[in-house]
Ligand binder design. Structure first.
Ligand SMILES: Cc1cc2nc3c(=O)[nH]c(=O)nc-3n(C[C@H](O)[C@H](O)[C@H](O)COP(=O)(O)OP(=O)(O)OC[C@H]3O[C@@H](n4cnc5c(N)ncnc54)[C@H](O)[C@@H]3O)c2cc1C
Length: 570
């Protein structure tokens, strides 16, 4: 694996990359892998950490988008379902089936209006009754009939539904259950895509904290955010994959566009055992009073709930606001009115801006979640074409990347050599199928590394088959559990820092581990992690303190988590 320094060295000497991708969210990273695998000389730059934007703020669903059927977005649903199934097969360590239950409050409501919306003859939102939901789920099942990986949908009558979930709102007439999928830590899968790409093609590089700053004499100007060093580059082609920032990026490249009409969405993580128990392991998928779809589902020992949908044109400033937390808490009461969920039980919140296409839709929910690519031809100021990747779901990143990748290959007159639709990702490679195979795999690793079976199981759940490398690293020298979070060890944290492009303490805490989102942080743990990072990155005490302060400020401002500054920083 190339170090950050080696990559910059390469950049100094190699100024003629074929493709420059700006933006290290899932769309930029997906395309980076796609092109790297076809042997293209590609550079990806991200102004902050990878997954700084919407890609780290999703509802963690890998789904077909049941709701989009109402908008008549048939093609999108079909593509999403295909990609969902691809991910279940290619990344089984990261993406898993998610049973989803819809509480339904009427039999027939919304059916006529739903049909009209489907035929694009109406824009009105009405409550979705059982008949409408049943129709949607039947279509959903129909679309995956040739590639069924999970059970088809079922309806449960009121009495049985209440027997199964006694706290469910007694006003329901029935519930419907179907299967979609979830991704626990999307950021980790993104990191694996980069690792796979860089391993496959030595002339491709992905760099975080490298910002596109503009144009300088027809060259692209990049600024290293850590050192303020400026680099210039002459790419053959530029891809603008900066999500909600797309128009700002084009402006920096002296092009005026109005492609994006972003909406911000917030989620909260709740520590309420009664609510967790009431879900019975399912995602609860329901309609709020205003017609918006809300969700909540078990997230390890917590509950993840969301989301809001509010127009937002300043992506750097988007944060989850108090009224959004109230909105989400209120929506949960509609499903389980007898369970009290307190504000103080919200252990974490997060927010991101969906890079939706600019639209005149009367409600944000009606704006298409489909993706498209807009191409700006070269001109006398900008000597290269710019491909802007607009919209898209986390779920559809591979399909979108493949489509844009094919356009670029055509432009560069290069052949496609590798297909990605059934290519395993990261720890999904050689993944043992079935319980017996998995148990055997874990036992084999325990035997060869002399680590306890339980430890290997934990690593396998975190890293899939990459656990083999992690376990080998852990067992190569003395190791011990972290003092303030025994589920991680010193060498495991060191491994993550060394192998997963960790540049700042915030990268490690917010995007490579679940420590922050699950509310497991303490000031002592932050200090312990900062000490490991400081020793590995040779930080002075001053840098270490700056890193801790930056993390604490982000936790407070963006995630509603507050600690006192650690006492000792030595
Ligand atoms: C609230 C919410 C819930 C969602 N839920 C789901 C879901 O459950 N399932 C699903 O499939 N999809 C979901 N999505 C949609 C999905 O997350 C997004 O569509 C997808 O992540 C967009 O990825 P992107 O790469 O285009 O943009 P982003 O992830 O926003 O990436 C853009 C990147 O560009 C970088 N950048 C900006 N300017 C520059 C510059 N000048 N130089 C270098 N880099 C720059 C940014 O820092 C950022 O990291 C959700 C989105 C949101 C916001």
């Amino acid at each position: 694996m190339r170090t950050r320094l080696e990559k910059f060295d390469y950049l100094q000497h190699q100024r003629d990359v074929s493709v420059l991708i700006i933006g290290g969210g899932i769309n930029g990273i997906g395309l980076f892998r796609e092109l790297a695998l076809q042997n293209i000389n590609v550079l990806l730059v991200e102004k902050a950490d990878f997954f700084n934007g919407a890609s780290a703020a999703s509802s963690h669903m890998i789904h077909g988008g049941l709701r989009y059927l109402e908008n008549g977005e048939f093609r999108l649903v079909r593509e999403s379902l295909t990609e969902r199934n691809n991910l279940l097969k290619n990344a089984p360590h990261a993406v898993s089936p998610l049973p989803t239950t819809i509480p339904i409050f009427s039999w027939t409501s919304g059916f006529v209006n739903g049909a009209l919306r489907f035929l694009r003859l109406s824009n009105r939102s009405t409550k979705r009754g059982a008949l409408l939901v049943k129709t949607g789920l039947t279509m959903y099942d129909f679309l995956t009939r040739k590639q069924r990986l999970m059970p088809s949908h079922s309806l449960t009558g009121k009495r049985a539904a209440l027997a199964q979930r006694p706290f469910l709102n007694p006003d329901i007439v029935c519930t419907a259950t179907y299967f979609d999928a979830q991704i626990y830590l999307p950021e980790r899968l993104g990191i694996e895509l980069i690792q796979d790409a860089e391993a496959a093609n030595p002339q491709c590089n992905a760099l975080n904290y490298l910002r596109l700053a503009g144009l300088e004499a027809q060259a692209v100007k990049l600024v290293d955010e850590l050192t303020q060093t400026v680099y210039t580059l002459h790419p053959q082609l530029v891809v603008n994959a900066t999500g909600a920032w797309i128009d700002f990026t084009n402006q920096a490249l002296r092009q005026r566009t109005q492609y994006i009409g972003g909406t911000k969405g917030s989620h909260i993580v709740i520590d309420n055992p009664a609510l967790l128990e009431a879900t019975q392991g399912d995602m609860m998928y329901f309609e709020n009073e205003d017609g918006r779809i809300c969700i909540f589902f078990p997230y390890f020992d917590k509950v993840l709930a969301g989301s809001t949908d509010i127009l937002e044109d300043k992506p750097d400033e988007a944060i989850c606001e108090a009224h959004e937390i109230d909105y989400i808490l209120e929506s949960i009461r509609q499903v389980f009115p007898a369970i009290e969920v307190k504000r103080s039980e919200v252990v974490y919140h997060f927010c991101g801006v969906r890079p939706l296409p600019a639209s005149n839709a009367i409600t944000t929910g009606k704006i298409s979640r489909d993706h498209s690519v807009n191409v700006l031809a070269p001109n006398e100021i900008v000597p290269f074409p710019i491909y802007s990747m607009v919209g898209g779901k986390w779920t559809t990143f591979r399909g979108f990347s493949q489509q844009v990748g094919d356009l670029i290959l055509k432009q560069l007159d290069k052949p496609r050599t590798v297909a990605t639709d059934s290519l395993a990702i990261g720890g999904g490679k050689d993944y043992p199928r079935g319980e017996d195979e998995r148990t055997q795999w874990i036992q084999n690793q325990a035997q060869s590394t002399h680590l306890p079976v339980e430890r290997i199981r934990m690593l396998f759940e975190r890293y899939g088959t990459r656990a083999e490398d992690v376990a080998a690293f852990l067992s190569a020298a003395d190791d011990q559990p972290l003092q303030h979070q025994p589920h991680y060890s010193y060498r495991e944290i060191s491994y993550i820092i060394d192998h997963e492009y960790v540049t700042s303490l915030s990268d490690l805490v917010l995007r490579r581990t679940l420590l922050a989102i699950l509310g497991e942080l303490s000031s002592e743990l932050i200090e312990e992690l900062a000490t490991i990072m400081a020793s590995q990155h040779h930080w002075t005490l001053e840098i270490k303190k700056t890193q801790i302060d930056a993390l604490l400020a982000t936790l407070t401002r963006k995630h509603g988590v507050q600690f006192s500054v650690p006492q000792s920083i030595d």
